[in-house]
Design a protein around this ligand. Structure first.
Ligand SMILES: [Zn+2]
Length: 435
């Protein structure tokens, strides 16, 4: 992110290190069939994970591996909350939740870790998620990071102890940043996105050089055996390497550049809770394969689906099939700028939006290479319940959203009035104008 030299940087909220396990007082469950709490009131892991351990793909060793694992989730909206909930219930030992936003009433339709009091209190999503997770699994560690992920802080927010990163962001800018970082570090990550009834997800398993993340020591201790974590991070299983152990395409192999023009967001196009939850379920299942040392079972495709509109329903006698597609991502593109040439422009901040504090109580956001089609944008915004005073001419488009006024210029530049909070202004821009 480039900040105007003359403008002070908006104070970032300090990272919240809330790693201490929450009180277990609320977790003692009276069950008329089984005693599932021990004498101290804590729920025994043997009981908690018994059904998951029964599944052959996990087993006792897999459960131990999950307990020794650390997953970072970037974004804690619908996708992030669903993925965090699933990973926490599965017993992943450490979660780092990174989110810049706060809970609003419109989140409650789909964001499964939040309740009405969170929305009333405008609680930061990462912290609200941490508190809710503590109510159903106090045995794991959750770090809530209330931050906007940037090139400057990504190494701090995603430390070397993280084994895999789950994308739950709402914008491509951050996804390309994650991709640069992950490819540079040899760190696997899983892209996931949803809008309307459509969702897509893709595993990115970069080559391991030059850095192999740490974490093997803890893993070896947990398993009591050789450091098999290193094997799994190398995409190899026992025996000779095979195709599924090789690196996959990265995000930039498939999408060399971020989308241009108006990009639909769930604040303009709406979103079906079921679509995002299905994508999160697939994302987390793939992560579980990796964390339990079975990367050879991970899908090597860009999978997308539309849950609402089946295909093949031309006549009453036709079958209707789920509209889905899978594009192979098995082979990196040789001329890929990121994983092929190892040029990390997003990590260097070169393609980062210019964001400046602009006068008193307003923020200017300058998205390069992103011309705005006012007619299309106006049509998208017109039916939105949160938006008022929508006006446009050939030079700009302006609307109000709550106490903020957004003014958008044809080159993609926008001024958000009513705040000096860069993260909030970026969030409004991403939601209503496009990420
Ligand atoms: Zn690539």
């Amino acid at each position: 992110m480039h900040l105007n030299e003359c403008a002070p940087v908006s104070p970032q909220l300090s990272p919240q290190d809330n790693s201490a396990p929450a009180s277990t007082a609320a977790n003692t469950i009276a069950d008329n069939a089984n005693t599932i709490a021990d004498a101290a009131g804590a729920i025994a892991d043997n009981d908690r994970y018994s059904r998951q351990v029964l599944f052959p793909g996990i087993g006792p060793l897999g459960q131990q591996r999950l307990a020794a694992s650390h997953v970072a989730i970037v974004g804690c909206g619908a996708m992030g909350a669903a993925s965090a909930s699933l990973l926490a219930r599965a017993g992943v030992g450490t979660l780092t939740l990174i989110d810049r936003d706060f809970v609003e009433p419109s989140n409650l339709q789909r964001q499964v870790l939040f309740d009405e009091s969170d929305a009333r209190d405008s609680l930061p999503k990462a912290e609200a998620a941490r508190r809710h997770i503590a109510l159903f699994n106090s045995r794991i560690t959750v770090h809530a990071r209330i931050r906007d992920l940037t090139p400057t802080n990504i190494a701090e927010l995603i430390p070397s102890s993280v084994h895999i990163v789950l994308d739950a962001t709402d914008n491509f800018e951050t996804r390309y940043l994650i991709n640069d970082f992950a490819v540079q570090r040899g760190l696997p990550w899983i892209y996931a996105a949803a809008i309307g009834a459509y969702a897509a997800t893709m595993n990115i398993l970069p080559a391991q050089e030059p850095v192999i993340p740490t974490g093997g020591g803890a893993f070896a201790a947990a398993t009591g055996g050789p450091d098999e974590r290193t094997c799994s991070l190398g995409w190899s299983v026992e025996g000779p390497p095979h195709l599924s152990c090789l690196p996959t395409a990265c995000l930039a192999c498939i999408f060399p550049k971020p989308p241009t023009g108006n990009v639909e967001t769930c604040d303009t196009a709406g979103i079906l809770s079921t679509a995002v939850n299905l994508a999160a379920s697939i994302q987390v299942t793939e992560a579980l394969k990796f964390l339990t040392g079975q990367p050879h079972l991970m899908r090597r495709t860009l999978l997308s689906f539309d849950l609402w509109n089946p295909v093949g329903l031309g006549s009453p006698a036709d079958h209707g099939y789920l509209d889905h597609s899978e594009i192979s991502t098995s082979t990196p593109r040789p001329d890929c700028e990121v994983c092929g040439q190892r040029i990390f422009t997003h990590l260097a901040g070169q393609d980062r939006a210019h964001i400046t504090l602009c006068g008193r109580d307003s923020v200017q956001i300058h998205e390069h290479h992103r011309p705005v089609d006012f007619n299309a944008l106006r049509d998208r915004l017109a039916g939105h319940a949160d938006i008022s005073d929508l006006r446009s001419n050939d030079l700009l488009l302006r609307f109000r959203r709550g106490s903020h006024t957004l003014t958008v210029f044809a080159d993609g530049r926008a001024i958000v009035q009513g705040t000096t909070d860069i993260a909030l202004a970026r969030s409004l821009y991403a939601r209503f104008i496009g990420a």
